[in-house]
Design a binder for this molecule. Structure first.
Ligand code: GAP
Length: 447
């Protein structure tokens, strides 16, 4: 199926409705860095909570961690990032553009009309040179004498260096995992596509430590578990697929890898949202060598000491947020109305606002009754109160931000203590007693 390209419309909706803003916009913006507004932060938090519950809280063999972003510089030598986390970069001396030498066919020249770099006769591309994607900074008061450190390009290394701390303090036995959610930074040469590829982003990573002989089996298990998680978010089945890495595509640490890909529509099409990797003993062995601390596991019953292998699941919180938004966006006509509507058909459990409460008019005590219902519901869910504009306009505003239910106090409410509850997707309206509204919503919102 050919899904439409909705990216431009989504960027505009996200700004207009408080989901996502360009960073430092009043200064002209920062390249490929985005700020989450009031609704965006709720949506992303709901996605992160979903992951944390699925990966940590519901399992007794996975522990949580929140490691620091700044780490000892030797970590990045051991991990291979200082030497190997590079992309080939070419500059164009004419348009001053910078491009990934291995992705020229997807790149656009900065001149108008835009072509591929190298396609104008005036293009002057330099020879490719290796560009390290890690951001460097200094730790210490005086720049010259301070140590060079890096902003972490993945959260995983914080887990590897804490392998023994977590295993011993929590008395875990192999197989077990460590999971964390946190910021990562990459000085991408060609960021873009809104929050798809940015220079600051959030990862949700889990390293599962296993016996070497059982790594392939656990790799298969986690591959299926992770695809199931994406389906449960409401991502359309036909928009999800696996992509197996060929030997040339494998990262320096990986023995085998599958990406979960989502079809973003238009020319972007299927793109990676998560990587599942069999990392072998690469990381623990490297840190053992570089730190001098033996990162091993002693299997007492079998009297065997070994370096565990690692199966990693690594998903970008921002990429999943984008996939959820793209998947949810739709435009449709409304029977009996000239203007159509834009709807974010988000899974109710992920929606930032669960219900909007309206008085139909500003008369007959309707606003006071609606305020009382809103205040009561707010103790349980994020809700919105709105009395401005026509009821049709208020419905459209809520449809556009993905609010699954609208509760309206009308002319009958005062006499029979009831309200209407409108379903965003079916447009059906139920008449519900005011004492039952919270229970009605709770039932509909449980995942
Ligand atoms: N620890 C393994 C690792 O970092 P990766 O495939 O480089 O593997 C994992 O990244 C996930 O992180 C990707 O699937 C993607 O969702 C997210 N990610 C990576 N680079 C990103 C970027 N520049 N912007 C947004 N998300 C990114």
């Amino acid at each position: 199926m050919n899904y439409p390209d909705v990216m431009e419309k989504l960027v505009s909706l996200c700004k207009r409705r408080g989901y996502i803003f360009q960073s430092s916009e009043i200064y002209g913006g920062t390249g490929s860095v985005w700020d989450y507004g009031p609704l965006g932060v709720e949506l992303k938090k709901n996605i992160k909570d979903r992951w944390w519950n699925a990966m940590v809280r519901s399992r007794d063999n996975v522990e949580g961690l929140d490691a620091a972003i700044l780490m000892h510089p030797r970590v990045w030598e051991a991990s291979g990032h200082v030497a190997g986390f590079v992309d080939p970069l070419v500059d164009c001396k004419t348009c001053k553009g910078r491009f990934r030498a291995d992705k020229l066919e997807d790149a656009h020249c900065l001149r108008k009309p835009s072509k591929r770099p190298g396609e104008f006769s005036e293009c002057q591309l330099t020879e490719p040179r290796q560009f390290n994607l890690m951001f460097k900074t200094f730790m210490g008061a005086v720049e010259e004498s301070a140590a060079t450190i890096y902003l972490r390009p993945e959260t995983a290394q914080g887990i590897f260096v804490n392998f023994l701390n977590v295993q011993q303090s929590m008395r875990q036995k192999v197989p077990f995992g460590i999971a964390q959610i946190g910021k990562a930074f990459r000085n991408e040469i060609t960021p873009g596509n809104f929050i798809f590829r940015t220079r600051e982003f959030e990862q949700m990573e889990m390293q599962f430590f296993v016996e070497p002989e059982k790594a392939a089996e656990w790799f298969g298990y986690w591959k299926e578990q992770r695809m199931e998680w994406h389906r449960a978010l409401g991502l359309t089945e036909s928009r999800l697929q696996f992509h197996q890495h060929s030997p040339e595509e494998l990262a320096h640490y990986a023995k085998a890898a599958f990406d979960v890909e989502f079809d973003f529509g238009g020319t972007l099409g299927f793109q990676e949202i998560e990587g599942i990797h069999n990392r072998g003993d690469f990381d623990l062995a490297q840190h053992t060598e570089f730190s001098g601390r033996k990162l091993e596991y002693f299997d007492q019953p079998n009297n065997r000491r070994y370096t565990p292998w690692v199966v990693e699941t690594s998903v970008g919180a921002d990429r999943v947020t984008l996939a959820v938004l793209v998947n949810a966006y739709r435009e449709e006509s409304v029977p009996g109305e000239e203007e159509g509507r834009v709807v974010l058909g988000l899974d109710p459990a992920l929606a930032p606002v669960k219900a909007a409460i309206f008085p139909l008019t500003k008369k007959d005590g309707q606003p006071a009754m609606a305020h009382t219902i809103a205040a009561d519901l707010r103790r349980q869910f994020p809700v919105d109160y709105d009395e401005s504009g026509s009821i049709g306009k208020r419905y459209r505003r809520q449809d556009e931000i993905g609010t699954p239910f609208c509760v309206t106090v009308d002319g009958e409410s005062a006499s029979d203590n009831s309200v209407t509850i409108r379903d965003r997707d079916t447009l059906a309206q139920d008449r519900v007693s005011t004492t039952e509204v919270a229970r009605y919503l709770r039932d509909k919102l449980s995942p």
